[in-house]
Design a binder for this molecule. Sequence first.
Ligand SMILES: *Cc1c(COP(=O)(O)O)cnc(C)c1O
Length: 229
Amino acid sequence: MSIIDNYLKIKEQINMALDNSRVKPRNVSLIVVTKGRSIEEINEIINQKHYLLGENRVQELREKYPQLPSQVEWHLIGHLQRNKVKYITDKVKLIHSLESFSLAQEINKRMESLQKTMECLVQVNIAGEASKFGLSKEETLPFIKEVAGSLPWVKIKGLMNIAPEVENPEEVRPYFREMYQLFNQIKEANIPNVEMAELSMGMTNDFQVAIEEGATMVRVGSAIFGPRY
Ligand SMILES: *Cc1c(COP(=O)(O)O)cnc(C)c1O
C-alpha cells in the first residue's frame, strides 16, 4: 500500500470509529506524525491537502519547518525540554506535552516577550508508567489551576496521553475512558483561562479505541508511512 492509500484508509477508519463512539457529536483531527520521515514522504500527505503534522523532537521540527509549505500547522507531541522552548515558540500551534510547572513558566516567559499566547495540552500519565512523562491523574486538576492562575501566556486547551504498548488495544480502553472522565471533570470545574476543548489520545495501534472513548485528536505515524526503522 502507498502512503496515500494508507492515509485514505486511516481517514475512513476514523469515521467508522466515530460512528461507533459513545461520545458524540464531534470531530476528530488527524495529526500525521512525521518523525523519522523524509520531506518527499511528507509531501505526499501535503499533496492531499493535509496540513496538520506532529513532530516529537524539536531538532527535527526545526529542520523540516523551512522545507515545507507555510500552511503546515505543526504540533509538538513529544517531551519538551525547557532550554528548547525558545526554538519553537514561533513555529508550533499546539504543544501536547506540558507536564511540569517549570516548563509552563519557561513557555510563559518566552510567549510574553512575543506578546502571544501558546496553546498547550497537559500530558497525563494515566497508567502511571515509570517510563513515561506526564502528571498523575490526581495532580492534573491542581496543576491546571496553578498554571491558569499565574501564567497568562499559557493557554490550556485540553489533555493528552500516550497509552501503554499492548498487543490488543482493548487492554487500554479503560485508560482512555479514565482520560475522558478526567477531561470532563476539569471542564466542569470551569477554570478561568482554561478551555477543555481537545483530548489528544490514540496512535497507530489504538486510535480507533481512543476515538470510541472520546478522543478529539489522534496522532498517527507508522500506519501511514510504514514501520520506523
Ligand atoms: C511517534 C509518536 C506517535 C505516533 O506513533 P505511531 O505508533 O507511529 O502512530 C504519536 N504520539 C507520540 C507522542 C509519538 O511520539
